[in-house]
Design a protein around this ligand. Structure first.
Ligand code: ADP
Ligand code: MG
Length: 308
């Protein structure tokens, strides 16, 4: 076996393109997912996220591009691929009257050799609901079942598309932890979301898709550093002349409104501004910093806001 350099790749897609009639849903998407990571696909509504993951799963046929998922091409080897990946179903895919245990049992029987469906039921905290019909479950419980069904075949790679939509905050946290557990057990996760906090808490790396293209790719920290790297330091001061602040390393702009000062800059600007103030005989007690967030980066990338 050849020696591999770096982490192994679970999925690689190059120049994916998919149209629906005259609508170009995915223009040109390329990215790679490493084995064992949680990879997030973030983007505004209609940016092509679902179409992309459907093409990767072999649920839709890409018009163009090279796709390698676990060494298989979803266009020609969808059957084999389906044995090794997990896909989150849409609610409409389950009959109303199917019971929780029946759904788990049925989907696990489609993939012999996977884990015991009863273990999956317990792990996803569905044991107490085992005899409930799907239509009688709350939105959060239904969502939990749909995610559990995605992993009941013990997949190497699982695709989750807006898995926490409709969940209350505590159910979201529970699902996040289960997804982390999956990753920690070695499953690669590709998840579509439009929630910044979800991407930030969960994803090892994130691709931001905008207008059918990958507009940015990296860890949360990398995206913030590249697209929202400027911090804002504010404080009040009685010093009459604060011109020295403009010359502090990393400071880009200084705005003064009465005694209130807003400093924008990059790097360890809070520490440097604080040190300069102290050196000039002031030590403001209300010194605060606001760092760029993933949302700031997202808005800068997708052009729906101005960069700070
Ligand atoms: N089955 C379909 N037929 C026609 N157009 C579609 C279909 N599914 C999606 N689209 C269009 O393709 C674009 C991308 O959609 P989608 O991949 O669902 O985006 P996202 O998941 O990012 O919201 C949108 O303009 C959407 O209206
Ligand atoms: Mg979608």
């Amino acid at each position: 076996m050849a020696t591999r350099v770096g982490p192994r790749v679970a999925l690689d897609v190059r120049h994916l393109r998919k149209c629906y009639g005259s609508v170009v849903a995915v223009e040109d998407v390329s990215f790679g997912v490493r084995q064992g990571e949680i990879f997030g696909i973030l983007g505004p509504n209609g940016s092509g996220k679902t179409t992309t993951v459907e093409c990767l799963q072999g649920l839709r046929r890409a018009d163009a591009g090279e796709i390698d998922v676990l060494g298989l091409d979803p266009r020609t080897e969808a059957g084999r691929l389906r044995q090794r990946i997990g896909a989150q179903l849409q609610e409409s895919a389950l009959p109303d009257r199917i019971k929780v245990w029946e759904a788990l049992h049925f989907f696990s029987s489609l993939a012999p050799g996977g884990p015991d469906w009863r273990d999956v039921m317990e792990r996803w905290d569905l044991g107490g609901l085992r005899n409930r019909a799907f239509s009688t479950l709350s939105g959060g419980q239904q969502q939990r079942l749909l995610v559990a069904l995605a992993v009941v075949n013990g997949p190497e790679l699982v695709f989750l598309d807006e898995m926490t939509t409709g969940l209350d905050p505590s159910s979201r946290r529970v699902v996040w932890q289960l997804v982390r557990d999956l990753r920690d057990q070695g499953t690669t996760v590709v998840m579509v979301t439009h929630f910044m906090d979800e991407a930030e808490h969960l994803c090892d790396r994130i691709a931001v898709i905008h207008g059918g293209r990958v507009a940015a790719l990296g860890t949360t920290a990398e995206l913030i550093a590249e697209f929202a790297g400027r911090s804002e330091v504010t404080f009040s001061t009685d010093l009459a002349d604060i011109d020295f602040v403009r010359h502090v390393d990393g400071v880009a702009t200084v705005e003064q409104d009465g005694t209130r000062v807003i400093v924008r800059g990059t790097g360890p600007v809070l520490a440097r501004v604080a040190a300069a103030l102290v050196a000039h005989g002031d030590a403001p007690i209300d010194l605060e910093i606001r760092r760029g967030s993933l949302e700031d980066a997202f808005l800068a990338i997708t052009g729906d806001g101005s960069a700070t």
